[in-house]
Design a protein around this ligand. Structure first.
Ligand code: FES
Ligand SMILES: [Fe+2]
Length: 385
């Protein structure tokens, strides 16, 4: 998919190239190491960021037809996401309202209904309780209240978001703000889920998140993999508080400009959807990566690859498998460093880490976390100009 980025992105990249300058923030930021290891802060993050905000939980193609469902356990509460007969997505806890058994045991599938394996209470695709064996042993008047507990869900731009906390319906236009029209141009809904993988990491979620919000390390840490493909220190970063976008030019960017070819083909756009999701758009597929906190110093890294045409149609399955393996190779290089940083935190409790002028994506991310933890009530997705 060719990127349809705003015009100024191209102009700024070309300007940076011409003047051999780079896009940076005015300031150097310092962040207290205690923010990665303080249990109170961690609880506040889980509550204010991972319970109270909408979080991407699936790509629409994972729930293509009525009855398609997936389990989602990365937010701490076991969930089922399911396409109902009316075509909408429902999300509910994967916890039986009888005595708490896990209702859907498989990771994904297609069903007419959900039958709890323990005593066969049966639930509809939208979680309603349909059938109770030996009904007379229970109070039938209560049955309408005993569906699987619903969780707020919304679908747009090919993505399904859930929110754990109670409250008004999720309003994705308000949440995404000016990111929404840009995502629209990326045609996420035309992609097809290919495969995904979870990796358990021994690190605070923010340390892993930081690695996705700067490209300073690319040339060095990823020297043997992806690093050589991009122009070093040339990416540009835009803030759509609390979301972000950064665009990385490939090495052939200047050449394409000189030859009058469309230079957009040589750009890699990355969208960061606060607090934990990065969407990356190489030309024939996209990756959806996420980080979920599971404990103060532990996280799950989620990596999914989505293709623009059905695997096997134009490119064989092995081609997409290689693309997925490649992302895993690059991620593995990050994991080792990131887990080492987590171990170092124990020895740096009263110290700071430094985020330089070119690591502005990280300082913006921390600013956004700080503001939301402090109860920010203002607008989301406003592009900083
Ligand atoms: S626990 Fe599910 S039917 Fe009893
Ligand atoms: Fe990296």
């Amino acid at each position: 998919m060719e990127s349809a980025l705003p015009e100024d992105v191209l102009g700024r990249l070309l300007g940076n190239l011409r003047t051999k300058s780079k896009s940076t923030s005015d300031q150097i930021h310092k962040r207290a190491v205690r923010d990665y290891i303080d249990p109170e802060r961690y609880s506040a993050e889980c509550r204010s960021l991972f319970r109270d905000l909408p979080i991407v939980a699936a790509h629409s193609s994972q729930l293509a037809k009525p009855g398609d469902f997936i389990r989602h356990d990365r937010l701490g509460v076991p969930l089922i996401l399911c396409r109902t007969e009316s075509g909408e997505v429902a999300a509910f806890r994967n916890i039986c309202s009888h005595r708490g058994a896990t209702v859907a045991v498989e990771a994904r599938g297609n069903r007419n209904n959900f039958i709890c394996p323990y005593h066969h209470w049966t639930f509809a695709l939208d979680g309603r309780l349909l059938h109770v064996p030996d009904e007379s042993s229970f109070d039938a008047e209560e049955f309408h209240r005993l569906g699987l507990r619903r969780v707020a869900v919304a679908e747009k731009h090919g993505l399904v978001f859930v929110r754990l906390s109670d409250g008004p319906p999720i309003d994705l236009d308000t949440f995404l703000g000016e990111v929404a029209p840009e995502l629209e141009t990326m045609h996420l809904e035309q992609h097809q889920f290919f495969a995904d993988r979870d990796t358990q990491l021994k690190c605070n979620w923010k340390i892993m998140m930081e690695g996705s919000l700067e490209v300073y390390h690319f040339k060095f840490l990823h020297a043997k993999s992806a690093g050589g493909q991009f122009l070093p220190m040339t990416a540009i970063f835009d803030n759509y508080f609390p979301h972000q976008r950064h665009v990385m030019p490939r090495k052939d960017f200047p050449e394409r400009v000189e030859q009058g070819k469309d230079p957009r083909r040589a750009l890699l756009p990355n969208y960061f959807i606060f607090p934990n999701t990065v969407l990356t758009f190489p030309h024939d597929h996209m990756t959806l990566t996420q980080i979920f906190p599971t404990a103060i110093g532990e996280s799950v890294f989620y990596n999914a690859l989505l293709t623009l045409d059905k695997p096997g149609e134009n490119k064989d399955v092995a081609y997409w498998q290689r693309a997925l393996d490649y992302t895993e190779t690059v991620n593995q290089e990050d994991f080792e460093v990131i887990e080492a940083i987590q171990r170092s935190c124990a020895h740096m409790q009263d110290e700071n880490v430094i985020h330089g002028r070119f690591e502005l994506g990280i300082s913006r991310f921390h600013d956004a976390c700080d503001k939301l933890l402090a109860g920010y009530q203002g607008r989301f997705g406003v592009r900083e100009r």
